[in-house]
Design a protein around this ligand. Structure first.
Ligand SMILES: *Cc1c(COP(=O)(O)O)cnc(C)c1O
Length: 365
């Protein structure tokens, strides 16, 4: 009788939110599509792909477009089928079985998920009540636990908080462990270390096209590291990991600076609107805490996160519940933000015994 391997027997397949929601604010995607002109150009580029041939294994044009947009050299860049794939490649390429990985909780769930498949040992360091990363504690834990790799998102999903570049540098320089900094949301903040990433011998920086750049469907991510690490990542990945259609389509978007500038500002404006609305509820004592977002989503602490989550779901609005007391809400279009704010506000007012609002404070004038 065949018995499956211990390390994977109890894994469960990833569960995206199911059901028919009118408003999807659960996955931190961009609410903007590429322009009509660019969508046309993408369709054209896809139509011209040599479908009978394997794609460029190094996605050279795509990496060059990415590098140019961010002001770095393409020799430090490896493309992946989403940064998710790059995370799994890092686990099996950079670590031996049984070696220790440090994650800081709460953080992106995929970091600990890949640990078991790669047969590494995942050590979780709790961020504490303020949810901030304390570099000294991280460095001490690395030392004490003999950690070989530390991985975290900056700014963080789900806390929305950011660690300043100076502190990230102090962490990288303070250890011989490999430091993986996932900058999936760094387009929304100005503390990137992407331009200096190749100077460190122990850093892999991750970027994605799935958030600010609005291409989650294409599955494109990038790793930026020094030439020695880049060589390992390129050698360890499967040869044709990024398909030719995605390469061609994403190149169109990366060649247009509009998305990293104007679109980004539109998303940040939406984020600020959502955060300001939630802060208003915080000042009224309806919401416990609104965290200082450096991302395209809000992270809020609520006494009754379950109740709010369910009442939003009843109204066809999907958000993410994190742990017992927190919700993560992606910034959406203006009407979507108004709707989610009104829904949260009226549920919490009703619960407090204030009855239905005649008119939501967040409704358009
Ligand atoms: C969304 C997200 C990613 C993106 O993954 P892709 O596979 O590139 O879509 C990576 N890291 C974090 C922290 C994220 O939130």
């Amino acid at each position: 009788m065949y018995i499956p391997a211990d390390k994977t027997r109890n894994l469960t397949p990833y569960q995206p939110i199911e059901g028919n929601y009118r408003i999807r604010l659960d996955a931190n995607e961009s609410f903007l599509l590429p322009t009509d002109d660019d969508r046309q150009a993408m369709a054209q580029a896809a139509a011209e792909v040599a479908f009978n041939r394997y794609p460029d294994p190094y996605a050279s044009e795509l990496c060059a477009d990415f590098a140019k947009l961010y002001g770095i050299s393409p020799e430090y860049v490896t493309a992946g089928n989403g940064s998710d794939e790059l995370i799994s490649i890092i686990y099996y390429a950079m670590l031996e079985k049984g070696e220790k990985v440090l994650t800081l909780t709460p953080d992106f769930s995929m970091y600990s998920f890949y640990s078991s498949i790669a047969e590494t040992v995942c050590v979780n360091l709790d961020k504490g009540a303020d949810m901030e990363i304390d570099v000294d504690t991280v460095l001490k834990t690395i030392e004490r636990e003999k950690i070989r790799m530390v991985i975290f998102s900056n700014p963080c999903n789900p806390t929305s908080l950011g660690l300043r570049a100076e502190e990230v540098r102090r962490l990288i320089l303070g250890t011989d462990a490999l430091v993986v900094v996932d900058e999936a949301y760094m387009d929304f903040w100005d503390q990137t270390i992407i331009r200096e990433a190749h100077h460190y011998d122990n850093l892999i920086l991750l970027r994605t096209c799935s958030k600010a750049l609005g291409m989650a469907a294409l599955r494109i991510g990038f790793a930026v590291a020094n030439p020695a690490i880049t060589k390992i990542l390129r050698a360890a990945k499967s040869p044709y990991n990024v398909n030719a259609v995605s390469q061609a389509m994403a190149s169109v978007v990366l060649k247009n600076p509009l998305y990293k500038s104007v679109y980004n500002d539109i998303i940040i404006t939406s984020r600020d609107m959502l955060i300001n609305g939630l802060k208003r509820l915080e000042s009224e004592g309806l919401v416990e805490k609104v965290y200082n977002s450096r991302t395209n989503f809000a992270f809020v602490k609520l006494d009754d996160a379950d109740g709010v989550f369910n009442s939003l779901a009843d109204r066809g609005i999907a958000v993410r519940k994190i742990g017992e007391n927190h919700l993560r809400i992606t910034a959406g279009r203006e009407e979507e933000n108004r709707e989610v704010l009104c829904a949260i506000s009226s549920y919490l007012r009703m619960k407090k015994g204030e009855g239905y609002e005649n008119r939501c404070i967040f409704a358009k004038d």
